[in-house]
Design a protein around this ligand. Sequence first.
Ligand code: ATP
Length: 248
Amino acid sequence: MLEARGLMVFYENMLAINNVDLRVQEGQIVGVFGANSAGKSTLMYTLSGIILDKKRKEEMRGGERISVFGKLRYHGEEISQMKPHERAKRGIILCPERRRIFPESSVLENLKIGAYLASSGEAKETLDYVFSLFPALERLKDRQGGFLSGGEQQMLAIGRALMAQPKLLLLDEPLLGLSPQIQKVVIGAIKEIRDQKGITILVTEQYARPVLPIVDYAYILENGAAVLEGTGQQLLENPDVKAAYFGL
Ligand code: ATP
């Protein structure tokens, strides 16, 4: 479904993504694990195309030079130069790190904003689905986004991304700052979204342990390079991975 070959991203002279090859097959949940500043968000920006917007903005204000190289194919189509909204129309939807919900808007408004790519029928159906996935959001539908807890905000961010009718959902550190209990809710929801809706998911996290049980395949990112890859089981059995990413 998605295939990256030789992806490289430079911020000025700093190499943030170093020659990454990555494959996501339809219907899979694929994990990308790495420490702080390993390049997880940069990778997500590159796959969603947001890096091109950042690059253009930086050029306009005479800031740092962002360079992107490599091939990116989605359903066989080369998309590395494609604008983010064109990728979104094709179903590549990013749920960014730190949620980025609209704090002044209500839960319901936030969800409706997400539905800009949906027909009214799809929007209604997906709204019902989001409320069945996260019943808390239905109870809170009139509350302002800014007054939600971190866990509720994450549910809202995922819900909003679902409203955009993803085929490939990019989840950037969805567990960040959540209690273990809420992490379980979010992980359960990620699995349900794939199992019930058939949506393919690429998820980044700093810690692999909570996510590994639901991934079909995963990559370990270190200093921008994919240094290891394998099934959840293969990574679990790898002593280097254990020490570095499972806190064993
Ligand atoms: P975190 O878990 O802390 O969010 P990450 O794995 O998502 O980290 P990135 O945010 O992709 O990592 O950052 C990768 C590297 O690129 C880091 O060294 C970071 O400092 C650098 N970087 C990210 N954005 C920029 C930018 N706009 N300008 C310059 N350097 C950047």
